[in-house]
Design a binder for this molecule. Structure first.
Ligand code: HEC
Length: 100
């Protein structure tokens, strides 16, 4: 019991990508960006394909996170806007790296 808890803690810190996919689940991202996506949302795979072009750009995650949280003039998405800056940036990084 105790050993397995320790193991899962170790795994969680060793695998940040996995932690972010859990974060995406927890924050309800897949209710719109799942397969099939809902409303006009792109699927997570489409987002990742689109954001792959930001790989290797150190400022991109912060800028994209700010943009996502700010929302568009006509598109206010609560799930985007209520993310903390840190969570949003972690999710954007994870999407840029392929959202696996
Ligand atoms: C209520 C539905 C909904 C939920 C829930 C949702 N999204 Fe979105 N998302 C959208 C729609 C619709 C778009 C496309 C329109 C737009 O860009 O505003 C979008 C666009 C995006 C984009 C691309 C923005 C751009 O312009 O480049 C990212 C990144 C994104 N979502 C991440 C997330 C993350 C991370 C979560 C979970 C915290 C999430 N979304 C939850 C509906 C949703």
């Amino acid at each position: 019991m105790r050993a397995s808890l320790l193991l899962s803690l170790l795994l969680a810190s060793a695998l940040p990508a996995q932690a972010s996919s859990q974060l995406a689940l927890d924050k309800g991202c897949y209710s719109c960006h799942g397969e099939p996506p809902r409303r006009n949302a792109p699927s997570m795979a489409q987002l990742a394909a689109d954001y792959a072009r930001y790989r290797g750009q150190p400022d991109a995650p912060r800028q994209l996170a700010e943009k996502l949280r700010a929302g568009g003039l006509f598109a206010h998405i609560a799930a985007h806007e209520r993310l903390s800056p840190a969570d949003c940036e972690a999710l954007i990084r994870w999407i840029i790296e392929g959202a696996n």
